[in-house]
Design a binder for this molecule. Sequence first.
Ligand SMILES: *Cc1c(COP(=O)(O)O)cnc(C)c1O
Length: 618
Amino acid sequence: MEKIDVEALFLGPKSENRKFFKETLDFLMDEHIHWRRNFHPEDEPVINLNQQQEKSFEETLDRTSNALLELSSRLKFSSMPWFSPRYLGHMNSDTLMAANLAYMAAILYNPNNCAYEGSPATTALEIEVGKQFAGMMGYDPQKAWGHITADGTIANYEGLWVARNLKSIPLAVKQARPEMVEGIDDWHLLNLPPGRILELVSKVKEAGALEAVREQSVRGMGMEKGRLGKLLVPQSKHYSWTKAVDVLGIGQENVEYVRVKDNYRMDVRHLKECIDRLVAEKTPILGVVAVVGTTEEGAVDEVHEIVRLREKYEKKGVSFYLHVDAAYGGYARTLFLDENNLFMGFNGLRKTLHEHGVVHKEVEWPSQDVYEAFRAMPQADSITIDPHKMGYIPYTAGGIVMKDRRVLDLISYFAAYVFEKSGDNPMLLGSYIMEGSKAGATAAAVWTAHRVLPLNVTGYGRIIGRSVEGAARFYYSLLSTGVLDADGRKFRVVPLTRPDFNIVDFAFNEVGNASLKKMDEVNQKVYDRCSYKSGPVYSDSWITSKTSLSSGDYGDAPRAFVAKLGIPAAEWDRVKSVYVLRCCVLTPYLTRGATYTEYWSNFMNTMRKTLEQVVKVP
Ligand SMILES: *Cc1c(COP(=O)(O)O)cnc(C)c1O
């Protein structure tokens, strides 16, 4: 297996790779300067030497210098040090040099990927990236459709946009071309599997009735109260789903939240109960959302079980759209793909990860369920993937990929022939996607990163393997700590769950304390001292994020965790919310033995000191 050195991919916590970075940036800048100069060399310079020597000219340059100096001071004073392994907070880490340099190079050309004529170079890159997303997710890149979005939020909107429009098609066909769905009642029209609906769309197109049908669909007529049924999302959903149902006119009352189990994965048995109930009352199911890498716990929903459930229901004439929100976990699928991009068998995978040092031998990852979930992802109709999370790309770069590109007919405002005529490059990407103007620099960044790092275990897998290993080490260290001593006072520390992926949540509680409120206060004060809240970050030894797990969002899932911390069940039933510290371990530097041991011991010292301060201050 080709060996890619993770240490050579990032600028590094101490800017260790600064020489390479600066030289390359300088080179790319020169390239751009030459590009400008070589464009009609016969043209006279517009800004001439005389003018450049004017006092006002220099003063104007000074204004720019001063403004940038002020900006730089602000950035240094209070930005978050994501490059450092001392930062274990949100979904951030150092970003790839390849992506940063590509972005900086491309921004000088300022391409706009809304329309091909504004971005002949970078629209092509985006289309290529879309195909790579498809390959990474196990879709057929020739049949799928993928592109870069501003972020995961927009990608989720787009997934729901497709699901909504698709669901409304069969009834629209009944209005516009009743003979094409003759003999199928409304209930069955509302339960056609997504693939069948797309076949119907193809037939409608052949019959020249696409426009007439679209006029009768949601995009022509708007939403009719509750007509398209319910959207089922797990309690662990990202809040972008709440916004999505608002923006797309679904309405909050048409969302049902599926319970999670105490490992924070969707409870598929409860999903089945919800579906059974809805079917019994003849309410269609607009769609189901599964999450691969929940935002707060990194939990991986059992996509394979959901897929199996859908297959069972389809035999009974019930179907729904399935979207996987893998904004966070999407790139982790690279860990499962061998150097030929084939999904590995379970045993072969573990062996490959260990033998090639992608994940240390001591770390048993993935579990069978997580493996099956990743394997089943291509059964979904669409998938959200964020390059600016596990793709180690700078903001903003989200992404979506859909299994069957025919869905474009449901959302585009241009006939698909504009697309087909120009080969692979749509002339107007903006008419097929939710956004309009968008940075071609983002496409350049993602494309270049994918060029450096194959989307399989030999490339991205190497970085993400380190992240998974770091999280596992951190989790096991917390688990084996049990109780720590802070100036004579004893605190129990308990991790929330064994991570499916790379997020570790945990909380402290003073031994003997049975008040959930008091426990929350301690953890809140730890956060206050280990976050931007404590002032300029140079003074922070360790930086994290936090969240509250409340019964409103999670039902009773946190109850067992709270009990392990010594809080009686009755307290949970009364307070119904718990504050936890949340560490997304994206850093690739928590792996090697000695470094990790030192890291852990520093971390423990910081926690001891922090807890001492916390209990001293009333
Ligand atoms: C981060 C995240 C989102 C939203 O992505 P943004 O890029 O922040 O808009 C959606 N879903 C999940 C599961 C996420 O983790």
